[in-house]
Design a protein. Structure first.
Length: 178
């Protein structure tokens, strides 16, 4: 169609010249640069804003329909949480606003991720993490319940959760029991 797409190949986001292609907003989805300090490297190349597509230890975190009204345009780096948090937080907000939540357990079915093994092997985290991703449903931990506490402070510490990693390319389903 005559449109070109510029592709960069850099290990250090500070070396990517976002300004040269007119990119004002950068979505940081590598899973590596998830803190404000690390994600801010994109700003050095000319980006005006960075959205981290994972939970962040220190970036302001927002979920559309939950706490987006707290967004301030002065933020240059924000987190859009995780796919599981984006699935869980709106549900938890509606239930909490209408009825209140004393405590809850969430379980999620989640697609495979890049950190999982393709063949059985050792895992630094736990035995289950060493199972081959393509032929197993693997119980795992999830930070989604904790992240909900960041976007809905009244639920901080009230939710816990577990994940099941399944051999599919794309899925995030949440079951919440309160």
């Amino acid at each position: 169609d005559g449109h070109s797409i510029t592709v960069f190949q850099e290990r250090d986001p500070a070396n990517i010249q976002w300004g040269s292609v007119g990119a004002d907003y950068v979505v940081e989805s590598s899973g590596v640069f998830t803190t404000v300090d690390k994600a801010s490297a994109h700003l050095k190349g000319g980006a005006k804003k960075v959205i981290i597509s994972a939970p962040s230890a220190d970036a302001p975190m927002f979920v559309v329909g939950v706490n987006l009204d707290a967004y301030d345009s002065k933020y240059t780096v924000i987190s859009n949480a995780s796919c599981t948090t984006n699935c869980l937080a709106p549900l938890a907000k509606v239930i909490n606003d209408k009825f209140g939540i004393v405590e809850g357990l969430m379980s999620t079915i989640h697609a495979t991720t890049a950190t999982q093994k393709t063949v059985d092997g050792p895992s630094n985290k736990d035995w289950r993490g060493g199972r081959a991703v393509n032929g197993n449903i693997i119980p795992s931990s999830t930070g989604a319940a904790k992240a909900v506490g960041k976007v809905i402070p009244t639920l901080n510490g009230k939710l816990t959760g577990l994940a099941f990693r399944v051999p599919t390319n794309d899925v995030s389903v949440v079951d919440l029991v309160v």
